[in-house]
Design a protein around this ligand. Structure first.
Ligand code: PNS
Length: 169
């Protein structure tokens, strides 16, 4: 293998993760089982008004996966394929929860393949109990006073409470 060749067992799991949900955790654990190493890559500036800054999201996800030696957490800006190439990853992992995810994911996977044909997108299904979870719904439920325990890791729940206490909505 040449030094610039992709590492066949390195995957990137990209996303906004605002915030990380138990559905994301499920996919990260499955990826860590399948690949030698997984980089959870937090997109900077996806949303102009995120609940958590990219640095906060990275810190929270690092905390959640601190005991997993083959899970790395990083942030990226710009094109995902450029980041994956730079990290010499051979696969992009994406979670598929329902048929409704399919069209967007299909478009993204094929565009990424157009941009970088050597990079493969791998789809994984989370456990059934997480198929209805999304970061957007978690934020909405929390902001309206609903219970999010069991839907996000405890570190995320704590961080959301801190935001709430600080008056951030
Ligand atoms: O968790 P999300 O918000 O669904 O993740 C979307 C993400 C970050 C994977 C996607 O927006 C992305 O890859 N953005 C980086 C910019 C890019 O490469 N755009 C072209 C994608 S085809």
């Amino acid at each position: 293998m040449t030094p610039s060749a992709p590492n066949g067992r390195l995957a990137v799991f990209p996303g906004s993760f605002d915030p990380l949900t138990n559905g994301h955790v499920d996919i990260i654990l499955r990826s860590a089982h399948l690949f030698e190493r997984v980089i959870v890559a937090v997109l900077v500036n996806a949303d102009k008004k995120p609940l958590f800054s990219a640095d906060e999201r990275v810190a929270i996800i690092r905390d959640v996966f601190r005991e997993y030696a083959n899970v790395e957490v990083d942030s990226f800006d710009g094109l995902l394929v450029e980041y994956a190439k730079q990290r010499r990853a051979s696969a992009i992992v994406r979670g598929l929860r329902a048929v409704s995810d399919f069209e967007y994911e299909f478009q993204m996977a094929l565009m990424n393949r157009h941009l970088e044909p050597t990079l493969e997108t791998v789809f994984m299904m989370p456990a059934e109990q997480y198929t209805y979870l999304s970061s957007r719904l978690i934020k909405e439920v929390f902001q309206l006073g609903g219970e999010v325990r069991g839907l996000v890791p405890p570190a995320v729940e704590r961080a959301m409470r801190d935001k709430h206490a600080a008056g951030v909505r």
